[in-house]
Design a protein around this ligand. Structure first.
Ligand code: BES
Ligand code: MG
Ligand code: ZN
Length: 485
């Protein structure tokens, strides 16, 4: 999608003009005076989500989006109502749309502009790579978006928002990809391409180095697999004046069968998405590089599938982590925390960043607690928590903090090893996941974000499609931008 800033509203006959109205101020913008008398808006109340499409034969079509009461407006509402512009355009096969920016008294103009572009852009997506269509059924997406504002300078907002949204869609593509395409090798091919961007370098640890480094937990998860594990380390040096790095670690399980603790039918079908954490940190770093953010970043992605074979790891096995701690396997399906554990302690020891944030589709319990709307997170640092929460409020990528009380450590004690990878009582699933990981971060500010519910939707919601959502890319870019290095 190409986005253009316009100082004059100049839509052609066959194009479409979209405007936003409030329930309590339904005045059409002056530019549409020519239809004012023809429309009787008393039949249209401009309720939140109420959309009106009026086709004209001799003028541009008009699309009106209701935003509800002005006093009750929020950026979430704006984003989702902007998404309905795209939905109408896709349904009616309209490729060009002109949007009149509304004046919203409670929200800054550049914020509402950015939010409207996000809603339109992020809704303009379907994963159709593997689908064959009859010519007439071929989906049509918005190709040109014209943003009309007589006063605002929009170039920078348009450029920045386009880069962020484009990468969010690319992140969805990778999450939606099959496990056959997105193997550790397939993932590495994409990461190597990101490594070609100016300022970015890509290092890939192969099985041999992973073995030499004694990443015993990543190797344990990989034992049932036909393909070798990898650990990808992308580095973006955007601020050569600073030595400080912000490290992102992402769970990269390219398929989670559960291993010997095999998942049942109904729980396994979507498990190609279990690398969403890795995809999110990959595309966050790519976005930062394309935005030329003046920050230093790492993205660390441990990658393997979790399969079963004669050689697969078993419940009751014990393995030694990169940091020397021994782990009893209580359940082979709690594999994400194992590969992350090695990645986290490697990151802390070798890369020495100021901050580590890990993203992982870690626990079904997180979906039980928060559904698909909110990601649960845990952190050992209140300042980092505040940074993340501010970014969450601005981007609408919702997160909610859970506690890391040391009492939970009792629940993952093992009789025969230093740690068990599960709480045998099965209680407090998401907190236990975070508590386990805490054992692999010694002194660094750290947060763990469990995106099991938000990375993948079972049904579409607002500007989010079904399946891969790209959740976290916008959140992290906002957090990193506001981080004072
Ligand atoms: N990848 C799953 C978690 C998951 C579940 C992600 C549903 C997305 C949707 C993870 O590896 C897993 O299997 N976790 C177990 C942990 C348990 C054995 C302690 C779970 O949640 O059941
Ligand atoms: Mg699992
Ligand atoms: Zn998993």
């Amino acid at each position: 999608m190409k986005i253009f800033a316009q100082k004059v509203l100049q839509a052609k006959f066959h194009e479409t003009i979209a405007v936003f109205l409030f329930e309590d101020s339904k005045d059409l913008p002056d530019e549409l005076n020519y239809i004012k008398d023809a429309l009787d808006l008393k039949y249209y109340s401009a309720k939140d989500g109420e959309v009106l499409f009026v086709p004209f034969s001799d003028n541009p079509n008009i699309l009106i989006c209701g935003l509800g009461k002005e006093s009750e407006i929020s950026t979430d509402k704006i984003r989702n109502n902007a998404a309905s512009i795209t939905k109408v355009c896709i349904e009616k096969k309209l490729k060009d749309v002109h949007v009149v920016l509304p004046n919203i008294s409670l929200i800054e103009d550049d914020t509402s502009c950015k939010t409207i572009i996000e809603g339109i852009y992020l809704a303009n997506y379907q994963f159709i790579k593997y689908k064959n269509f009859e010519k007439a059924d071929e989906p049509v997406f918005i190709e040109k978006l014209y943003i009309y504002s007589p006063t605002l300078a929009l170039q920078d907002i348009i450029k920045e928002t386009s880069i962020i949204c484009k990468n969010t869609l690319e992140c969805r593509d990778l999450v939606n990809e099959t496990s056959d395409f997105c193997t550790p090798e397939g993932f590495a091919t994409i990461a190597k391409n990101v490594g070609k961007i100016r300022g970015v370098t890509c290092k890939i640890l192969l099985k041999e180095e992973i073995t030499k480094l004694k990443m015993g937990l990543l190797l344990a998860v990989n034992r049932g697999s036909d393909v070798e594990p990898k650990c990808i380390i992308l580095k973006y040096r955007g601020n050569p004046k600073s030595k400080k790095y912000f490290a992102l670690v992402g769970k990269g399980i390219t398929f989670d069968s559960g291993g010997m603790n095999l998942k049942p039918t109904g729980s396994m079908e979507t498990m190609r998405m279990d690398m969403a954490g890795a995809a999110t940190v990959l595309y966050t770093l790519k976005t930062a590089a394309e935005l030329k953010l003046k920050k230093n970043l790492y993205a660390i992605m441990p990658l393997t599938d979790n399969m079963l074979s004669n050689n697969a790891f078993r419940p009751g096995d014990i393995f030694t982590a990169y940091n020397g701690k021994t782990v009893e396997i209580g359940n082979t399906d709690a594999e994400g925390r194992l590969i992350l554990a090695d990645a986290l302690s490697y990151t802390e020891e070798k890369l020495k960043p100021e901050i580590i944030v890990d993203l992982a589709t870690l626990t079904g319990a997180c979906v039980v607690t928060f559904g698909e709307l909110i990601a649960g997170y845990l952190s050992n640092d209140d300042t980092l928590a505040t940074l993340l929460e501010k970014a969450s409020a601005r981007t609408g990528d919702k997160i909610w903090r859970l506690p890391l009380y040391s009492e939970y450590q009792e629940d993952i004690k093992s009789d025969i090893a230093d740690l068990n990878n599960i709480n045998p009582d099965k209680k407090a699933g998401t907190i236990i996941g975070g508590t386990f990981l805490k054992n692999f971060v010694d002194h660094t500010s750290w947060a763990h974000i469990d995106i099991a519910g938000t990375a993948w939707l079972s049904k579409p919601k607002g500007f989010m499609p079904k399946n891969g959502t790209g959740f976290g890319v916008r959140l992290l870019i906002e957090a990193i931008s506001n981080w004072e290095d």
